[in-house]
Write a protein that binds this ligand. Structure first.
Ligand SMILES: NC(=O)c1ccc[n+]([C@@H]2O[C@H](COP(=O)([O-])OP(=O)(O)OC[C@H]3O[C@@H](n4cnc5c(N)ncnc54)[C@H](OP(=O)(O)O)[C@@H]3O)[C@@H](O)[C@H]2O)c1
Length: 180
């Protein structure tokens, strides 16, 4: 099965976007010149799985930023055509998390970047996330879209690394699961 990997930024109070999906509060941290490790992370992935909410933001990125094949999981979008220019690079699917990973595995993809708060939570529930890098932004948003949602039971994490940046970002890297 393909393994899932998370690389995401959250406000200190655990939000990845405002209620309306806006990520304007994140943008200035991309302009600091700091290397937050995204290029290194993405170089270790061979596919991307994102939720419809994340797609709704990503679809407006110009130019399209992803060199890897993108699988957008959505009941609503499944069966509809992808926008012009993204054919062959983006697919819509109503697969379950396990179904999506089985599909990617059958295609030879070993490691998938899983993006979107609801989707990450669904993949965690299904035991499909192997590692998570969460970058905490020094900001309280007070409300918005949460990174993590409800889980059926506690989920132990193994801390691997903490990095701090002059901008105030604090990046935490975990393996998912208890000590072997
Ligand atoms: N801070 C960051 O680094 C960062 C990173 C990524 C995204 N974002 C932002 O976060 C927002 C999106 O996150 P989000 O949590 O709202 O949405 P999301 O997880 O990206 O997408 C949720 C949607 O995915 C679909 N879906 C398909 N399978 C699912 C499953 N098994 N479980 C749950 N949903 C499933 C559902 O749409 P259907 O009803 O169509 O099935 C659901 O509404 C956007 O505003 C984006 O810009 C921020």
């Amino acid at each position: 099965m393909t393994s899932g990997h998370v690389f995401i930024a959250a406000s200190l109070d655990g939000y990845i976007a405002r209620e309306d999906g806006a990520i304007d509060w994140l943008e200035r941290f991309g302009e600091t010149g700091e290397d937050h490790g995204y290029a290194r992370f993405i170089s270790g992935m061979d596919a991307i799985v994102m939720g419809r909410g994340t797609w709704e933001t990503a679809r407006h990125f110009e130019p399209w930023p992803y060199a890897l094949p993108v699988l957008v999981l959505s009941q609503r979008l499944a069966g509809s055509p992808v926008p012009a220019g993204l054919e062959g690079r983006v697919r819509f699917s109503d697969a379950s998390p396990a179904g999506a990973m089985a599909l990617l595995a059958a295609e030879g993809h070993a490691r998938a970047y899983v993006d979107g708060g609801q989707l990450i939570t669904a993949f965690l529930r299904a035991g499909l996330i192997a590692g998570m890098t969460v970058t905490l932004v020094p900001l309280l948003l007070g409300s918005g879209r949460r990174l993590f949602g409800a889980l059926p039971a506690d989920l132990a994490l193994r801390h691997e690394e903490t990095r701090t940046f002059g901008s105030g970002l604090v990046q935490l890297r975990y393996r998912v699961g208890p000590e072997p």
